[in-house]
Design a protein around this ligand. Structure first.
Ligand SMILES: Cc1ncc(C[n+]2csc(CCOP(=O)(O)OP(=O)(O)O)c2C)c(N)n1
Length: 514
C-alpha cells in the first residue's frame, strides 16, 4: 500500500467522508487511491476558492472536517481567502496539498513555491510529510488538530514521492479533545459583576449561538437585566421562531458605538472584544466605551453552553423564561427591492429548518431583525470579511445536510468571486436556492467613499461600478447548469422563491435592484 492509500484509509477511519478537490499531477496518486478505496464522496470545485469555501460550509453544518485536495502552492494560494474565512469562523478544516517530489524540487520546476509559507499564513497546524512511512500518522494528527476545539485549520503537504512510495498502511484515529470546562471561580466572578446591576452586555459567539447556548443566555439576560448581542457576523447561529432573538453589533461604527454606549461590562462568551472592521480618522477601534470592562466568561475553545447554564444557575435565573415577541411580523411585501421589506418577505417564505448562507453585504443589513419570526433555521456568514463566501459555503452546507433546504443570499459583486460553485451545485444536484442582489455596484464602497465627504470621480466610478457590461446572472447560472429567473419586484421574488422552494435542486433568482 503506498503513502497516498495509507493516508486516505487513515482519513476515512477518522470519519472524513467528503473530499472537495481540485487536483493536479502531484495529486494523481491520491486520486488513484480514492478510486481504489471508495467510501469518500469526491466533489470537484472549479476554482480553489470554491473548494475551500465548500469545505467551510460543510464543516460548519456537519460539525466535522471534510478533506480538501489542492494542487501545490498556487492551488493552495487560490483557496486562501475562503480558508481565511474558515479560520475566522473556527471551522475544522483539513487541507491535503500535493507538492513536488522531494527529489524533483531541487531542479526548481515551474510549480515550485513556498507551499509551507503559504499554508502557515492561514493554518493553525502545518506539516510537510517527510516519508511514505509517516504520512498516515501525519494524517491522523492533522485530523486531530482540525478537530481540536474550537476548530482549526490543519494543512498537510504531501510531496508526490511520499504519495507514491511504499507506505505503512492506515493509522488508527487519534482522540479528539473535549471542550475544556470554565472554572467555577470564573462563573462566580461573572455572577458578582452581574449582581452589581451595572449596565452589562453578553457578547455571544461560537457555541453560545446554538439553541441551548442562546436559551441559557436568555435566562441570564432576564435575571440580571443584561443585554445580549452577537458579533457583526456569525459563523453559525440558531434562529427563527422559538429561538432567542439576538441582534448583532452593527457594522457601521457610529451605530455600533451608540448601541454599546453606557455599558460598564461586556461579558465575552466565545467572542473577542467588539472592534470595528476598519479604522476611521478620529474614531475608536473598540466599539465599547473606554471605561467598560471586558470579562471573559468562556474562551472560544471552552464549553460556552455549560458556562452559560452554570452562570444562569449561579445567579438563580428561572429555568424557563418565556420569550417576548420581538421583530417584524413576516409578510409578503410588494414593490421594488428594499432591505426590510425583503427580509419580511423572506421570513414569510423561508422553509422550516432551512440553512441560510449570507454574503449579501448592504442588501442584507436589515435581515436579522426581520427574520426573528421566520420558521426555525440556521444562519451562516463569512466571518473573515473576505467576500465571495456564500455560493461555496451554501454548496458545502447542502452536501452536509441533504435533507434541508439551503438558501444562499449573495451580493452580485461578492458573487463574482466564486460563481463557479453554481456548477458544483448543478453537478451534485444540491438543494440550494441562490438569490443574487443585482445592484450592479460595489454599493458598500461607494458608501465608504461618500462618508469621507468626497464624491465619486472617474476612477472610483470605474472601480466601484459593475455595469458596462451588466452581468447577466440568469445567463451565467444557466451556463453552469442552474435554472434561473430574474425578478424586479418583491411580489415577483415571492412567487419565484416559493416555486423554487417547492422543488428540489439548485435554482438562482436574480433580484434586479434599481
Ligand atoms: C476578498 C475581498 N476582496 C475585496 C474586498 C473589498 N470589498 C468589500 S465589500 C466589496 C464590494 C461589495 O460589493 P457587492 O458584493 O456587490 O455588495 P454591495 O456593496 O453592492 O451590497 C469589496 C470589493 C473584500 N472584502 N474581500
Amino acid at each position: 500500500m503506498n503513502g497516498a492509500e495509507s493516508l486516505i484509509r487513515t482519513l476515512i477511519a477518522s470519519d472524513v467522508e467528503v473530499c472537495f478537490a481540485n487536483a493536479g499531477t502531484s495529486e494523481i496518486h491520491f486520486v488513484l487511491a480514492l478510486d481504489k478505496i471508495g467510501g469518500m464522496r469526491c466533489i470537484l470545485g472549479m476554482a480553489e476558492t470554491v473548494v475551500t469555501g465548500c469545505a467551510d460550509g460543510y464543516a460548519r453544518m456537519a460539525e466535522k472536517p471534510a478533506m480538501t485536495l489542492l494542487h501545490c502552492g498556487p492551488g493552495f494560494a487560490n483557496g486562501i481567502a475562503n480558508t481565511h474565512n474558515a479560520r475566522r469562523a473556527n471551522t475544522p478544516m483539513l487541507n491535503i496539498v500535493g507538492d513536488q517530489a522531494s527529489t524533483h524540487r531541487p531542479f526548481d520546476p515551474p510549480l515550485t513555491a513556498d507551499t509551507e509559507g503559504l499554508a502557515r499564513a492561514v493554518s493553525h497546524w502545518v506539516r510537510t510529510s517527510g516519508s511514505a512511512q509517516q504520512v498516515s500518522s501525519d494524517g491522523a494528527e492533522a485530523v486531530q488538530a482540525a478537530r481540536t476545539p474550537p476548530g482549526q485549520i490543519a494543512t498537510l503537504i504531501v510531496p508526490a514521492d511520499v504519495a507514491w512510495s511504499e507506505g505503512s498502511g492506515p493509522t488508527a484515529p487519534l482522540p479528539v479533545a473535549a471542550r475544556p470546562r470554565v472554572a467555577p471561580e470564573v462563573l462566580r466572578t461573572v455572577a458578582r459583576i452581574l449582581r452589581t446591576g451595572e449596565p452589562a452586555m453578553l457578547l455571544l459567539n461560537g457555541q453560545a449561538l446554538s439553541e441551548a447556548g442562546l436559551f441559557a443566555a436568555h435566562r441570564i439576560a432576564h435575571a440580571a437585566g443584561a443585554k445580549l448581542r452577537t458579533p457583526t457576523q456569525v459563523a453559525r447561529m440558531a434562529r427563527g421562531r422559538g429561538r432567542v432573538p439576538v441582534e448583532r453589533v452593527p457594522y457601521v461604527v457610529d451605530t455600533a458605538l451608540s448601541v454599546l454606549s453606557g455599558l460598564k461590562h461586556v461579558i465575552l462568551v466565545g467572542a473577542k472584544p467588539p472592534v470595528g472592521f476598519f479604522a476611521y480618522p478620529g474614531k475608536p477601534s473598540l466599539m465599547a466605551p473606554q471605561d467598560c470592562a471586558m470579562t471573559v466568561l468562556a474562551r472560544p475553545e471552552q464549553d460556552a453552553v455549560a458556562a452559560l447554564q452554570g452562570l444562569a444557575d449561579e445567579i438563580g435565573a428561572p429555568r424557563i423564561v418565556p420569550m417576548k415577541e420581538t421583530g417584524a411580523k413576516p409578510r409578503i411585501a410588494s414593490g421594488p427591492f428594499e432591505p426590510e421589506a425583503f427580509g419580511m418577505t423572506l421570513a414569510a417564505l423561508l422553509p422550516e429548518n432551512a440553512i441560510v448562507a449570507d454574503d449579501s453585504v448592504t442588501s442584507g443589513r436589515a435581515l436579522f431583525p426581520t427574520t426573528f419570526n421566520a420558521p426555525p433555521h440556521d444562519w451562516i456568514q463569512g466571518t473573515g470579511g473576505a467576500i465571495g463566501h456564500a455560493f461555496p459555503c451554501a454548496t458545502g452546507a447542502a452536501v452536509a445536510c441533504p435533507d434541508r433546504k439551503v438558501v444562499c443570499l449573495e451580493a452580485d459583486g461578492a458573487g463574482m468571486y466564486s460563481l463557479q460553485a453554481l456548477w458544483t451545485q448543478a453537478r451534485e444536484k444540491l438543494d440550494v436556492v441562490n438569490v443574487v442582489f443585482a445592484n450592479r455596484v460595489y454599493k458598500i464602497l461607494f458608501g465608504e467613499l461618500r462618508s469621507t465627504g468626497a464624491e465619486p470621480g472617474v476612477a472610483s466610478n470605474s472601480l466601484f461600478e459593475l455595469g458596462r457590461p451588466d452581468l447577466d446572472w440568469v445567463g451565467l447560472a444557466r451556463g453552469m447548469g442552474v435554472e434561473a429567473v430574474s425578478v424586479e419586484t418583491l411580489e415577483g421574488f415571492a412567487d419565484t422563491f416559493r416555486a423554487a422552494c417547492g422543488r428540489r435542486g439548485p435554482f438562482l433568482i436574480e433580484f434586479r435592484i434599481f
